[in-house]
Design a protein around this ligand. Structure first.
Ligand code: 5AD
Ligand code: FES
Length: 344
């Protein structure tokens, strides 16, 4: 039996096997990993790839994460906020294009307080009762998460970034708390959201130990979604001169996460597509089953600059959707735009 069969059967991986799989040059074991991860994804979700429409609400952020181009200390970042009307227009376009999940993402921006955000969520909920509403707005209070849930949000993405407190402290300023972030994820789960956690691959100071801790945390939390993408250096941040994360590690980790969590919703991220011309397609071939084309207004896309050279900043929503669909069809998969709920 191969190592990969073992991971697949036991849904467990050791710290040693993790390191071995990430670092090996053995083409056969990587192909075995890829093939088995894809097989598992196909067993659960068929050859369907779920599309989610991404709406980037705001490039303002009160936080100062060392890796992120939108950190508050980055005075060269252009800042924008979508108006309620712009957000509804994105949803209308998205709905017309067939999207049945809207992902509203933004920096931690006090402008989008509970009153404003609940108004937006409940308006979308009323207008599109058949759609899932996913929020990705960072850390908020339990009351806030509850109010947004009551207003009609179903899912929440909050990457944990790293499951090691020491590593977390090297990626974030002192005022940000690892424990608070983890608590937020558990709170979201308790409230009843479908939750997504995740991390960057190749973030500064990441080690095999921290990656192993990430996998253990995912096992504990049992999230419905896991977002991982390579770290990409962003200019005018403290990590501007750190090397980008590796595409190979990202792909292998996608496959490992798929084997450990057969049902998880796993996006092939824009960051992966940024570092490799066929990054997202490769992600799917390594077990990912979600893509998130951009529905944000084109005039603001360049300003949602979390990292450098982000793709899809010049394309209209319809182009981005068509491009994504074409890429996925070319490699033999079918895009679906229905809600694409977790099959747990
Ligand atoms: N490279 C790649 N991903 C990044 N993120 C933030 N900055 C970067 C970067 N420089 C990711 C974080 C965050 C998500 C919205 O984007 O994981 O949670
Ligand atoms: Fe956005 Fe190709 S997916 S342009």
């Amino acid at each position: 039996m191969s190592l990969i069969d073992d991971i697949r059967m036991t849904r467990d991986i050791s710290r040693e096997t993790l390191e071995q799989l990430l670092t090996t040059d053995d083409k056969e074991s990587i192909e075995d990993l890829r093939r088995q991860a894809r097989e598992v994804a196909t067993e659960v979700y068929g050859n369907k790839i779920f599309m989610r429409g991404l709406i980037e609400l705001t490039s303002h952020c009160k936080n100062d994460c060392l890796y992120c181009g939108l950190r508050r200390s980055n005075t060269t970042a252009s800042r924008y906020r979508l108006t309620d009307e712009e957000i509804y227009a994105c949803c209308a376009t998205g709905y017309r294009l067939g999207f049945r999940t809207f992902v509203m993402q933004g920096g931690e921006d006090g402008w989008f307080d509970d009153k404003r955000m609940c108004r937006i969520v409940s308006t979308i909920r009323k207008q599109y009762p058949d759609c899932a509403i996913t929020l990705s707005l960072g850390e908020r209070s339990r009351e806030s998460y509850q109010a947004l849930f009551d207003a009609g949000a179903n899912r929440y993405l909050l990457r944990h970034e790293t499951a090691s407190a020491e590593h977390y402290a090297r990626l974030h300023p002192a005022e940000m708390s690892f424990q608070h972030r983890i608590d937020c994820l558990w709170t979201l789960k308790e409230i009843g959201y479908q939750v997504g956690c995740g991390f960057m691959v190749g973030s500064p100071y990441q080690t095999f130990d921290t990656l192993y801790a990430d996998l253990q945390f995912i096992r504990e939390l049992q999230p419905q979604m896991v977002g991982i993408g390579p770290f990409i250096s962003a200019h005018d941040t403290p990590f501007a001169d750190f090397p980008n994360g590796k595409v190979t590690y990202t792909l292998r980790l996608l496959a490992i996460i798929r084997l450990l969590h057969p049902h998880v919703l796993l996006p092939a991220t824009t960051a992966l597509g940024t570092l490799h011309p066929h990054g997202r397609e490769l992600g799917i071939q390594f077990g990912a089953n979600v893509v998130m084309p951009n529905l944000s207004p084109v005039e603001h896309r360049k300003d949602y600059s979390i990292y450098d050279n982000k793709i899809c900043t010049g394309e209209e929503s319809a182009e981005c959707r068509a491009c994504t669909e074409g890429r996925i069809r070319k490699i033999g998969y079918e895009t679906v735009v229905d809600r694409g709920d977790y099959k747990g």
